[in-house]
Design a protein around this ligand. Structure first.
Ligand SMILES: [Zn+2]
Ligand SMILES: [Zn+2]
Length: 178
């Protein structure tokens, strides 16, 4: 998925960038992510006073491993994309911004790494197969979403042990000087 900057010249309305990007590397980096389908990329690229702005939407489906019950599940993933590029060398006027434009050496930009980055940022921190996932039984490892396993019947209420510690009053008054 390549963008040629010279294609944008003389096109104030910009141009559409569409396609499918394979982002398999993302799944290799994130352990709770099992797989990602190729991403449907719908972007618009335009040149605004020497800066190349690429923005739009990314859509795909991702398979996660639930952080509570470890079940794998698929879910749609949709996120916005926005990246700005400039031709190197880029002289900024000392305006420090968090999202500074990416300086480019050539005329060609491969958008796939930026798509990957946007997908990574859109991943849930701790994926859950459902908001109320019951997780696994700590005793027998059964998936509690499929029903009670019976362990909880046997379990006794955790009792707080008495804080019956003996306090030793150390009366070591041996500081006799003089
Ligand atoms: Zn779950
Ligand atoms: Zn159990």
């Amino acid at each position: 998925m390549k963008l040629m900057l010279h294609d944008l010249r003389g096109r104030p309305e910009g141009m559409a960038v569409r396609g499918r990007a394979s982002v398999d590397d993302v799944a290799r980096r994130d352990c709770s992510l099992v797989a990602v389908e190729p991403v449907d990329v719908e972007l618009r690229a335009s040149e605004v006073s020497g800066m190349y702005v690429v923005e739009g939407t990314l859509r795909t489906r991702a398979a996660y491993r639930c952080s509570r019950c470890l079940t794998e599940f698929w879910e749609p993933l949709e996120t916005t994309f926005k990246e700005r590029f400039v031709r190197a060398p880029w002289h900024d006027d000392g305006v420090a911004e968090d999202d500074e434009p990416v300086p480019l050496d050539g005329d060609e930009v491969d958008l796939v790494p930026y798509v990957e980055q946007a997908v990574v940022l859109a991943l849930p921190w701790r994926p859950l197969c459902r908001p109320q996932c019951a997780g696994l039984c700590p005793e027998c490892g059964a998936n509690l979403n499929k029903g009670p396993c019976g362990c909880s019947d046997k379990a006794t209420d955790p009792r707080w042990e008495k804080l019956g510690e003996l306090w030793k009053g150390i009366s070591g008054s041996s500081g006799g000087s003089g």
